[in-house]
Design a binder for this molecule. Structure first.
Ligand code: FE2
Length: 378
């Protein structure tokens, strides 16, 4: 596998940021059964119940359950009525991320600027209020049927958003696994579309490109992909965008696009401060991770140098390690978390490194291909 990061050095001449973003506010997933999905993330991934909106709050079309761990908030939404538009969305895409919500100072300004720069609106700015204050929400379209919701919430003190009530389970004991925040969110887009979405994030959102990986970086004997990593000004938002590259067999990206009915969020990378503990707990609760061959660890020390963790623990759990100029990172990937081979999670611990585990791509993709072969989609 070739080495050679194509770092993009140009400082953004559009400084100050055209769209200041304070962080990821939440992710909303449309799923078949929001209540049961929320319990899966509570009991297995260690989230706590936070808020609810649905029939008991007077909502007629859908129910949503919100869970939280660290700074990560996930919203699970399901249709209530047989003629809901959500059912159409779910039939096409299955369970997956619909909204990537971004926390901004001014949701009307973010929307107006984005539209001027070429974005498509899917929610005009509007104020929503209850006894605990008010928020302004707006939204624009991004790849596939995914949306960016802009959330202005400085004047809101409720559990989540107006329209939600606190979700209280008096006897529930949360068992967090140490998840802290969203590190990055990866989108898969159709062949030939990557650069269009790179341009969207540059021109509409004011992001800059951190890194490019091409098929010389990310290819195995059979499949290949290309990836560009987009980041906002404060670096809190990182969106790698993948597209398939021609290979001998069907790539994991093509498999995703087929089963997701088009472009969408491929994985949610969540940060922990103790990956060995987090992954041990998740495994004990039944989460399955991609496995690399034990030989991956044979030359690990010579590839990454000294690390704080016990090699035997990493080998036992299948945790991958990679080093860049600034430090190292540890990472591992779950198998898909719904029936379709689409969305999965990455657990990542950064020890200085700011990159994405390029040195692991080959081992990782071969592991994915073994899973594809088992599914009969390679
Ligand atoms: Fe990742």
């Amino acid at each position: 596998m070739s080495i050679g990061l194509h770092e993009v050095q140009d400082p953004p001449e559009r400084w100050p940021e055209i769209m200041p973003i304070k962080g990821t506010d939440h992710l909303e997933l449309i799923v078949g059964n929001a209540l049961q999905a929320a319990y899966f993330y509570m009991h297995v991934f260690g989230f706590e119940p936070l808020a609810y909106s649905g029939m008991r709050t007077g909502r007629k079309d859908a129910e949503s359950y919100v869970v939280q761990q660290g700074k990560i908030r996930l919203v699970f939404t399901s249709a209530l009525s047989p003629d809901s538009n959500l059912l159409h969305h779910h039939r096409i895409h299955g369970d997956g991320v619909k909204r990537i919500a971004l926390w901004v100072d001014d949701a009307a300004e973010a929307h107006e600027g984005a539209i001027e720069r070429g974005a498509v609106s899917c929610l005009l700015p509007a104020e929503y209020a209850d006894d605990l204050g008010q928020v302004v929400l707006s939204a624009i379209s991004t790849y596939g049927e995914t949306e960016h919701l802009f959330v202005e919430r400085d004047h809101y003190h409720g559990a989540f958003l107006p329209g939600y009530q606190p979700w209280k389970l008096s006897a529930f004991t949360s068992r967090p696994v140490g998840l802290q925040h969203i590190d990055h969110l990866v989108g898969n887009v159709e062949l030939g579309q990557m650069d269009q979405w790179v341009k969207f994030y540059e021109e509409v959102m004011g992001f800059t490109q951190l890194i490019t990986f091409d098929d010389a970086d990310i290819s195995t004997e059979y499949t290949a992909l290309m990836s560009k990593v987009m980041s906002n000004g404060n670096g809190r938002i990182k969106f790698p965008i993948n597209e398939p590259a021609p290979g001998l067999k069907k790539s994991q990206i093509e498999e995703y696009l087929e089963y997701n009915g088009g472009a969408g969020v491929q994985h949610i990378a969540v940060a922990t401060n103790d990956i060995v503990s987090t992954v041990s707990t998740l495994r004990a609760r039944g989460i399955e991770f991609l496995h690399v061959p034990k030989t991956y660890y044979d030359d690990l020390r010579s590839r990454v140098g000294d690390i704080d963790e016990e090699l035997s623990a990493l080998r036992e759990l299948g945790i991958l390690v990679d080093r860049d100029e600034e430090g190292y990172l540890l990472q591992i990937f779950t198998k898909p978390v719904q029936p379709r081979p689409t969305l999965f999670f990455e657990i990542i611990q950064r020890k200085g490194a700011t990159s994405f585990g390029k040195g692991n791509f080959k081992a990782l993709f071969e592991a994915i291909e073994r899973e594809q072969a088992l599914r009969g989609t390679l």
